[in-house]
Design a protein around this ligand. Structure first.
Ligand code: GLU
Length: 445
């Protein structure tokens, strides 16, 4: 069998979304699985709409996903070849220069049309099976606006053949183009590749995912702090499954097991919530050091030890590195800087009939944690504190909360924060006691 060659052929006419890159992921995985090669071809024949910044964005997104191409082409570099084959078709009278009546300003007076023999064209699509279409209705379709301006159908067919592409893997929206492209292939005597049309990717409203409907450019997910391994994992499962319930697959796993037979026919929904949960999975697999590297923040303002201790909290509570950074400067900022305390807040859970409980509680708990060593675990802190809180609960309903609330607030200065045991284990008994003493001072007035 010939070596498998696949390609990703994006047009740099806009920012591509996740759905577009899913095609690249499938083409890449299939090629790598078969020890074949994966080609990137930038289809920049539409000179008016192609922009270098979109091309740069495509290259960045592919580099981020590590979908490295074995060969890279730019379609415009094949202009001489396109012209040569257009001339060949015209000289053989399979195509002709057609005089047109311009209808709109800018319309050409001359284009190159393909002499459509009509009849039925059928092909086997690896996902959908046999597809047949009557091409008579297409008429003599345009294959170039001039000898130097081939349209997409012509350029794509010539380039695929010249680059030895064996499997054309692309979105289902190209199915209707295939018979037209096959007519050109036949006329040029080119080999016909296998076709693999991938199911559409739908937005959460089940309509086709599109930039116009607010789909993000793939690089926006990178900038949000999604890991490339998570995105690759997620995209691979959009319209394909490994034949079992596995949800988390590494690049290596994917290359090993990817195949075309389990590509589904029905559309696949791009679900951002699911992507975030896949990302959390991959964030959690990072070592604490790697996690810190990904967070990419300047550690000079932080106590690095405390920072390291905050990593498990971040792994537990966040789905992206952006959220993790936000949490460090929000909910977790109390780990790095002493919070300002508000007397009313300290007293917010005081029970009627138990005046002064917050103050006594802080005093009692202070004693309870005094003997704990630095580096104590949250569980050990809990063991030291809970008997005191439970005893208060025994005395009156709500006693436990009335004890734990001022403690947590004294440590964090916030409504929302990790539990007080975790806070003490990260802050250390000494810092915690100093914060609790300050709170007692505030309560004394
Ligand atoms: N350049 C085409 C597009 O961006 C893809 C062509 C193809 O995959 O055959 O839609």
């Amino acid at each position: 069998m010939n070596k498998v060659v696949t390609r990703f052929a994006p047009s740099p006419t806009g920012l591509l979304h996740a759905g577009n890159y899913r095609t690249a992921v499938f083409a890449y995985l299939f090629a790598k699985h078969a020890h074949g090669s994966f080609i990137l071809r930038i289809e920049d024949t539409d000179k008016e709409r192609s922009r270098p910044e979109y091309e740069t964005n495509i290259l960045e997104a592919l580099a981020w996903l590590q979908l490295d191409a074995d060969q890279r082409y730019r379609q415009s570099a094949n202009a001489i070849r396109h012209r040569e084959l257009l001339e060949k078709l015209v000289s053989e009278n399979t195509a002709y220069v057609s005089k047109e009546t311009p209808r709109n300003p800018g319309d050409r007076e001359e284009v190159i049309r393909f002499r459509n023999p009509g009849g039925k064209i059928s092909f086997i699509d690896i996902v959908r099976g046999e597809i047949a279409m009557d091409v008579s209705d297409l008429g003599d379709f345009i294959i170039a606006r001039s000898f130097d301006e081939p349209v997409f159908h012509f350029a794509v067919v010539v380039d695929d053949a010249d680059e030895g592409v064996t499997h054309v893997i692309r979105g289902e929206d190209h199915i209707a183009n295939t018979p037209r492209q096959m007519l050109i292939q036949r006329a040029l005597g080119l080999a016909i590749p296998a076709y693999v049309h991938l199911p559409l990717i739908l937005g959460s409203d089940r309509s086709k995912l599109s930039k116009r409907k607010g789909a993000k450019a793939l690089t926006e997910y990178r900038d949000l702090g999604i890991l490339p391994e998570a995105m690759l994992n997620y995209l691979a499962l959009l319209g394909w499954n490994p034949g079992n319930e596995r949800e988390y697959l590494s690049r290596k796993d994917l290359v090993e097991i990817f195949d075309l037979s389990r590509i589904q026919k029905g559309g696949a929904v791009f679900d951002e919530t699911k992507l975030l949960s896949v990302n959390q999975h991959w964030m959690r697999t990072l070592s604490d050091d790697d996690f810190l590297k990904h967070l990419d923040i300047d550690l000079t303002d932080f106590n690095v030890e405390k920072f390291r201790k905050a990593v498990p909290l971040l792994k537990e509570r966040t789905h992206t590195f952006t959220k993790a950074r936000e949490m460090l400067s929000g909910e977790l900022s109390c780990l790095f800087a002493e919070p300002a305390l508000d007397r009313n807040q300290l007293l917010a859970k005081e029970l009627e009939g138990s005046p002064g409980l917050a103050e006594t509680a802080l005093g009692g708990l202070l004693e309870a944690i005094k003997a704990l060593p630095e580096g104590v675990s949250a569980d050990a802190v809990k063991e030291a504190i809970m008997p005191f809180a439970d005893a208060e609960e025994q005395k009156r309903r709500g006693g436990r909360g009335a004890v734990l609330w001022p403690l947590r607030y004294a440590l964090s200065g916030a409504d929302r924060s990790p539990d007080p045991f975790t806070l003490i284990s990260i802050l250390g008994p000494e810092e915690s006691i100093s914060r609790m003493r300050k709170a007692v001072g505030i309560l004394k007035g």
